[in-house]
Design a protein around this ligand. Structure first.
Ligand SMILES: CCCCCCC/C=C/C(=O)SCCNC(=O)CCNC(=O)[C@H](O)C(C)(C)COP(=O)(O)OP(=O)(O)OC[C@H]1O[C@@H](n2cnc3c(N)ncnc32)[C@H](O)[C@@H]1OP(=O)(O)O
Length: 309
């Protein structure tokens, strides 16, 4: 079925209708069709699981899951959020019926505000260790996922929020110039870890990443498109439809070829963190424990609050 037709059928709900079946080269063989269902019962259930901060709906007939961040006010990546995120990804990854996931936000104007700064202020070494391991875990799962991952960026997405989008296979952003995206860590007086940087370089190339990282730039959507930080801009109301169309296009290929290609492209970067995980945690702790860094983070939080009042 042509991607455009599929997208039309998906419509705004973002959920593939039951009549749409994708090609036979699924992630794994599906069970054979059972006996005829009694009238009124759905042919293929749309399974959903919702935790406190993330809602996931999987349409088993299409193999596409919709993951929505729903942690007001700004979908900050707290320890609880990151844990739910990793568990949700793991559940989908282990579900043979799931071949792709669209990641978006249920909140208006914000995709994710990045790592929860309060998790990095005035906490114990044990807490920093647990928090940073959760950040690593989320990235390893998302960047290394076998599923097709599409980010439907429907709001601003600084720092860790940008990392989530960068870790997907494809990024579509709402074409609102008020929405911005980028690794702005330098603006907070902190440094993006090497694997944030590697992920960024793999998307936009060395020169753009270097300039953007040093300046801690947050790029308005049109600029993000020009830099290649996002792949497409679409009007906000068309975002989910477009994400579904892109997903259908990617799922039209045999999984194994796409997965092996993805691994080939990403393995070196993933392996680098896996090999240096404990060292990376130690670096984070020694950096975040510095009084000067604590001061920078506190001042940044105050600035956010002042800007509001
Ligand atoms: C120390 C070692 C470092 C190692 C590397 C660490 C790598 C770090 C990665 C990161 O992700 S750091 C986080 C970077 N994030 C940001 O810079 C975003 C900051 N937030 C904003 O710019 C804005 O809040 C927004 C996302 C554009 C939304 O703006 P809006 O006007 O809609 O909302 P606000 O009124 O600003 O915020 C509401 C509420 O939420 C709090 N908040 C915002 N972002 C965060 C956050 N990242 N962590 C925790 N809390 C956050 C903000 O303070 C407001 O709180 P209240 O005033 O309502 O209490």
């Amino acid at each position: 079925m042509a991607a455009a037709t599929l997208a039309r059928r998906i419509g705004r709900s973002g959920v593939l209708p039951l009549c749409c079946r994708l090609p036979a080269w699924d992630r794994a063989a599906r069970p054979p069709p059972g006996p005829a269902q009694p009238p009124g019962l759905p042919l293929a259930p749309c399974r959903s699981f919702s935790n406190n901060k993330i809602q996931v709906e999987l349409d088993e007939s299409s193999g596409v899951a919709m993951m929505k961040f729903k942690s007001p006010p700004v979908n900050s990546l707290s320890l609880e959020f990151l844990t739910e995120f990793s568990i949700s990804l793991e559940k989908l990854e282990n579900n043979k019926a799931c071949r792709g996931v669209i990641i978006t936000s249920a909140l208006p104007k914000i995709f994710s505000s990045g790592l929860d700064i309060t998790e990095m202020c005035g906490k114990s070494i044990e807490h920093y260790t647990e928090f940073w391991r959760a950040v690593q875990e989320m990235w390893l799962r998302l960047y290394g996922s076998n599923m097709v991952t599409v980010a439907a960026v429907n709001g601003s997405s600084p720092a860790g929020g940008c990392l989530v989008a960068l870790s997907c296979d494809y990024r579509i952003m709402a074409e609102n110039p008020k929405f911005s995206i980028g690794l702005n860590e330098a603006q907070l007086g902190i440094v993006a870890p090497f694997w944030f940087k590697d992920t960024f370089v793999n998307v936009v190339g060395h020169r753009i990443a270097e300039r953007s990282l040093q300046l801690g730039s947050l790029h308005p959507a049109p600029e993000a498109l020009k830099l290649g930080l996002v792949d497409e801009l679409v009007p906000e109301e068309k975002l989910m439809e477009k994400a579904a169309a892109v997903m259908a296009q990617w799922l039209a290929l045999p999984d194994h070829a796409r997965q092996l290609t993805k691994t080939m492209m990403r393995k070196a970067v993933l392996d680098r963190l896996v090999a240096h995980r404990e060292e990376d945690i130690k670096n984070f702790i020694s950096f975040v424990s510095k009084e000067s860094i604590q001061k920078s983070l506190r001042m940044y939080m105050e600035m956010l609050k002042k800007r509001k009042s």
